[in-house]
Design a protein around this ligand. Structure first.
Ligand code: HEM
Length: 361
């Protein structure tokens, strides 16, 4: 049995146990909604057949629709000197130097991830997530959150100003090497994720194109929206409820500032410097002193379509199951609106190594 089937089976088991009175048709609905994560094709993968796909595009396709692990340990051996011909010839080379700089900003002296890291993870979502199947062929992971001044004025993007400035700084420093802001944002998000102790090393691709056109409005979720609205919003991004449950775990590292003034700076679990599953436990449970749980996280965690995944992530092997699912869903998220998947390069090897163990003080 494949890992995802085991996860799905155990999730179904938890769901049935959690809702003893549940009828058969609702269980069928759950199967459809929760089994196996998101699996729709996106971008140019929708119209290019396999014979025309590059090896990287085939890999991405198999991550999106099959059970291919979206994480990798592959390492960059013998990185060429920055200004050498060898570096110019390898599109990943400059990224190794950029990521080295990002890592310094994202890792605190005690090894945990910093405020800049959490902001970068959120920025990755807010650039790529401003896309929907129903709003025409623009938006998504295109750097518009940096390029279009209108976007940063939107209420849901409040708090991202500083990390956007950081992106502009990095772009100013590195753009002569031919990078895009869209890639910079997504590489920063995956670097920040793996820098957080226990975070997955997510496959990271480059070659996205930038757009200066503001993304469609109204596609970034509000923490006050009802669960059904949030679920539909993510479905329109090709993300199923179980995928949404995995992505919400990014709040394991977050600290809110603008939702509740009285709890300014409060994290969403007790260990915001570590990519652990405490967020799932504390969101499902009664919380803890000095944390602030988002209303949306609470209602989604209790919704029949997400509850099984929340339970799975808190169960045996929960960390591994969450990291696996998060990486798979994040690859999808990071490619929303990208219509040149067939031209992307896999530069995962530039990422720092994952830290799979962490001792709490
Ligand atoms: C229903 C979906 C979601 C809602 C309603 C939501 C809402 C929020 C809110 C209100 C904040 C606090 C902002 C502040 O006050 O500073 C926040 C922070 C954050 N969100 Fe989400 N979010 C959602 C999904 C996601 C996803 C899918 C990701 C990433 C994949 C993500 C990553 C983060 C991170 C890392 C932070 C912390 C930012 C920081 O500490 O600077 N969120 N989110």
């Amino acid at each position: 049995m494949k890992l995802s089937s085991v996860v799905a089976a155990s999730a179904m088991f938890s769901a049935v146990n959690a809702y003893p009175g549940m009828n058969a048709s609702l269980i069928e609905t759950l199967k459809e909604a929760d089994c196996c994560g998101s699996n729709e094709l996106i971008g140019d993968l929708l119209w290019l057949d396999n014979s025309r796909l590059s090896p990287v595009a085939l890999l991405i396709k198999s991550i999106l629709i099959y059970d291919t692990d979206a994480r990798s340990d592959e390492f960059y051996y013998q990185v060429p000197a920055l200004r050498s011909f060898a570096c110019v010839r390898d599109p990943c080379c400059v990224w190794w130097y950029i990521v080295e700089e990002m890592e310094k900003l994202f890792r605190a002296p005690d090894g945990q991830c910093t405020n800049a890291a959490r902001a970068a993870i959120r920025l990755g979502f807010h650039d790529a997530g401003a896309w929907s199947k129903h709003t025409g062929d623009f938006g998504g992971a295109d750097g518009s959150i940096v390029w279009a001044p209108e976007e940063i004025k939107r209420r849901e993007n409040h708090g991202l100003e500083e990390i956007i400035q950081q992106m502009k700084h990095w772009y100013g420093k590195w753009n002569s090497y031919g990078i895009s802001v869209a890639d910079l944002i997504q590489m920063a998000a995956t670097t920040a994720t793996v820098v957080c102790p226990l975070g997955p090393r997510i496959r990271s691709f480059v070659g996205r194109r930038d757009s200066h056109r503001p993304a469609p409005d109204g596609l970034i979720p509000s923490p006050f929206d009802p669960a059904e609205k949030l679920i539909e919003l993510f479905r329109a991004k090709t993300i199923k409820p179980s995928g949404l449950a995995a992505l919400l775990g990014a709040h394991s590292t977050s600290k809110q500032r603008f939702l509740d003034a009285a709890s300014f700076g409060f994290p969403q679990d007790s260990t915001p410097g570590v990519w652990d599953i405490l967020f799932y436990e504390q969101t499902l449970g009664v919380g803890a002193p000095d944390i602030f749980r988002f209303p949306s996280d609470i209602i989604l965690s209790q919704h029949a379509h997400l509850y099984p995944a929340f339970r799975t992530f808190t169960g045996v092997n929960g960390q591994e199951r969450w990291n696996y699912d998060y990486a798979r869903e994040y690859v999808r998220l990071s490619l929303l609106g990208v219509n040149n998947v067939n031209n992307l390069t896999d530069c995962t090897r530039v990422l720092p190594q994952a830290r799979t163990e962490w001792k709490y003080e």
